[in-house]
Write a protein that binds this ligand. Sequence first.
Ligand SMILES: [Zn+2]
Length: 277
Amino acid sequence: MPELPEVESLRRLLIESARGRTIVCARISEARLRRSVSRDLPDTIAGRTILEIGRRAKYLLLGLSGKMTLLVHLGMSGSLTHRGRDFRDSDFHPAHDHLRFELDDGTALVYNDPRRFGLMKLVASAELAQTAELRELGPEPLENDFNADYLFENTRGRKAAIKNLLMDQKLVAGIGNIYACEILYAAKVRPGRAGARITRAEAERIAAFTKRILSRAIGSGGTTFRSYRDSRGQPGRFLSSLQVYGRDGEKCYACGSAIKLKVLGQRSSFYCPTCQR
Ligand SMILES: [Zn+2]
């Protein structure tokens, strides 16, 4: 499932390839995503130019001329690929190409999503911050307002597991299961520990490793565990850097103990029982 580093990697590629292009026409072949795509979208979006490409949490924000923004969420298995003549689409079954935006240079942006948990919604740019998807999001983890002080203060009195808190988009935006596991391993904190029991020193480590690991993952184009592909159809390269995620039963790279798997909040959590306390 794409998290912040995957969406940020996608954003950076699209800035290079799609910024400044005008959407000539849009076609919907399947409107039923997480919520149905508005039937008005093709008429409303045609003729608009992609002026800027932003991101908030796991949302990609295509800023269009005429002060409209296309909000895109990749859900569990979505991809937004920029397809030109040399694009190889063997990874993408045409039956799952749900939206297609034809651009003025003959290329196309194609939204493919086998499981259809994604979101595609056009909003007035002035109302973006107040839209239901974005208005309750916590700080961006790579910005300065997410730091040890913030994390320590906002975990006081919280009984929930620290891993679930890191994945709580109201506390901090953009972190999902893969990076929450990796951050807590690096910080030497067990995922099931109650937020309230995190010490000041641990909050320092968690905040610092959040920034370090997400930045490194962005530098590697994100992680492809199952389905993520970037705008060129390429997988992310961070998989080989993962220390615990998906490694249950294998040896910890630091101490040799077997990595354990524990289900927390219905999500698989991976940790080293020796390194993490
Ligand atoms: Zn270990």
